[in-house]
Design a protein around this ligand. Structure first.
Ligand code: PEP
Ligand code: MG
Length: 615
């Protein structure tokens, strides 16, 4: 769309091709978030794939496209806010894909028990020793139905939304949003003549999911039915004991997990489903040791459920019980230990001090980092403060200040726009290779207004804090001239505004390979480096980091060699803030090379600190 059309807001149709990059595919939870976002625009938004065009505000319709990893679809936006919708949804979708982590399989560590064991698939770690109880559903019907069917549907949606809002910090909460969006789809908008019609519709939806990759969503539909019926006075609840127990269930619905949490539940054995089902995700989030075992399971007065090894023992020997108890204690201690020690400093076995910093995007993640024991902020990705609309200098200053107040050292990266990151309100020239184009510092030096405003805001915020050291870091620097020019712009602003720069230092992201060969010259200019392994790997191997099929290997020996060369060639403080910093496999290697500062996302900090203590 040209500038004129943009200025006069001419109704138009915009098509953009998007690719599913998550190995989970475009599945229910991200779809629900996408739908929730798409509803915000005054535009007709559709998705086109496999010769089908479906509404972007209907979860089941998008699900029916069965978009798997590497599939592309067209995002089509028409109407008044078409451009805005296109730009914002594009970023939103790419972020959804980036953040949609593959559900990690639990690696079972075999344990030799002397009694007969049944083997299962582990879905939530832990060890339970308790009697086996089979799930029983109790039906209770209130005499007078308290609501109409429409009211019951609306109440269920409201309840799910508030459940989602209240638990937003937990990833598992997305399940409630997903269920709410399923129930908000147009199929449930029809005027049902009676409850049976509603039930038939649910059955039909379930039938369509049978034998598809989305089969595990059947439980969500069944769950919705139960939740709606509950508001009509028909309660179907699990009958659960008041003593500690291991529950064996043929079918456990996501909403049952909350009920389990109110009882002394010790473990769960599911007899159907898989580890990616919503029930499994909620069991993991509630830390209830769980296995999937298909075969029938007899009652037992004292069973061992060892989800760490995948064993269920219905008639354990005394020795087995003793062994399981010892394992249980060691497991709980290992979990508690890392969390308990999260605020402590971190040393390797040889006594090397290692700093574990946090990568954050805003005040919320800064607070999370504080609670997780971060030793400071190693990377504030400021793009997120700019992602919806352009903040004023005052707004930016206020945001930085809130974060500066929380930590003694904060590394603020100036805007890293370009590549896969764009700003919806900022027209940028189309480039055929955006990752090799006007990105990071190149953009800031071309479009200096935003850059200058940002530097000013950082400087103004720095004036308001006493003890915080502020590191300003420029992204995508590939030669010394860029650094010299960027720093000179900052210094000029600070001189004009009489901002004392004693607390401020200047450095670069080391993420363009050319820098490796100019470290001696850079050392004379910069105060610090932070290695962006995500981009460094991308540029070392010429593999686009968001490429749907080509894989960038963050553990590659070639990258390791580059990191060795870097640390032995510089005298300046250096940290690693890319994904590599959290890689279990590379940790020992990095510490041996001499890296002493790692920056990772907040929730990984307690565990990383504990792992370092064993290297
Ligand atoms: C990196 O490139 O490794 C990095 C930390 O920055 P980003 O992922 O934001 O590009
Ligand atoms: Mg980068």
């Amino acid at each position: 769309m040209n500038l004129l059309q943009r200025l006069f807001n001419i109704n138009t149709t915009i098509n953009t091709t998007l690719t599913v990059t998550s190995s989970n595919g475009f599945h229910l939870r991200p779809i629900a978030q996408f739908v929730n976002e798409a509803k915000k625009f005054n535009a007709k938004i559709t998705l086109l794939a496999h010769k089908k065009e479906v509404s972007a505000t209907q979860v089941p319709a998008i699900l029916s496209l069965s978009l798997e990893k590497e599939d592309s679809f067209t995002l089509r936006c028409k109407g008044k806010e078409a451009q805005k919708a296109n730009d914002e949804l594009m970023i939103f979708f790419n972020n959804l894909m980036k953040n949609d982590k593959k559900i990690e399989e639990i690696t079972q560590v075999s344990t030799i028990y002397e009694s007969v064991t049944l083997k299962g698939e582990s879905i939530a770690k832990g060890i339970a020793i308790a009697p086996i109880v089979h799930a029983k559903i109790l039906e209770r019907i209130e005499e007078n139905s308290p609501a109409t069917l429409r009211e019951a549907i609306n109440q269920t949606k409201k309840e799910l939304l508030s459940h989602y809002e209240q638990n937003k910090v937990l990833e598992a909460s997305q399940i409630f949003l997903a269920q709410k969006e399923l129930l908000s789809s147009s199929v449930f908008n029809s005027n049902f003549a009676n409850v049976q019609e509603f039930k038939n519709l649910i059955q039909e939806e379930c039938h369509q999911l049978k034998n598809t990759i989305f089969e595990s969503r059947i439980a969500d539909y069944q769950d919705l039915e139960q939740q709606v019926l509950k508001h009509l006075g028909i309660h179907k609840e699990l009958e659960l004991p008041v003593f500690p127990y291991i529950l064996v269930a043929k079918e456990l619905l996501p909403s049952h997990i909350e009920q389990l949490n109110q009882t002394p539940i010790k473990g769960v054995i599911l007899q159907s489903g898989n580890s990616t089902s919503h029930t499994a995700i909620l069991l993991r989030s509630a830390a209830i040791p769980s296995l999937i075992i298909q075969e029938s399971i007899e009652l037992s007065k004292q069973a061992i459920l060892d989800a760490n090894s995948g064993d269920l023992i219905l008639v354990p020997s005394k020795n087995d019980v003793k062994k399981a108890k010892e394992k249980q204690i060691a497991f709980i201690e290992s979990l508690d230990l890392s969390f308990e020690k999260r605020f402590e400093s971190t040393q390797t076995i040889n006594g090397k001090n290692i700093k574990v910093l946090a990568n954050i995007t805003d005040l919320n993640s800064a607070k999370e980092a504080k609670g997780s024991g971060a030793d400071g902020i190693g990377l504030l990705r400021t793009e997120f403060l700019f992602s919806q609309q352009k903040p004023t200098v005052e707004e930016q200053t206020a945001s930085y200040l809130e974060i500066f107040k929380l930590f003694a050292n904060v590394t603020v990266r100036t805007l890293d726009i370009g590549g896969d990151k764009s700003l919806p309100y900022l027209p940028m020239d189309k480039e055929s290779n955006p990752f090799l184009g006007v990105r990071g510092i190149r953009f800031s030096l071309q479009e200096q207004t935003l850059f200058k405003e940002q530097l000013l805001a950082i400087g103004l915020a720095s004036r308001e804090v006493q003890n915080t050291k502020i590191k300003i870091m420029f992204p995508m620097v590939s030669n010394t001239e860029e650094f010299i020019e960027a720093k000179a712009i900052a210094l000029k602003i600070y001189e004009e505004q009489q901002i004392n720069i004693e607390k401020i230092s200047f450095g670069i992201m080391l993420e363009v390979p050319s820098v490796i060969f100019a470290l001696h010259t850079f050392d004379e200019l910069v105060d610090f480096y932070s290695i962006g392994s995500n981009d460094l790997t991308q540029y070392l191997f010429a593999i686009e980091r968001t490429h749907p099929s080509l894989k960038v290997n963050v553990n590659s020996p070639i990258l390791m060699e580059a990191l060795k060369q870097i640390i032995s060639s510089t005298q300046k403080p250096i940290s690693i803030c890319g994904e590599l910093a959290a890689e279990e496999k590379s940790l020992e290697n990095l510490l041996t090379m001499g890296y002493k500062t790692l920056s990772v996302s907040a929730k990984l900090i307690p565990e990383l600190k504990e792992r370092i203590r064993h290297v």
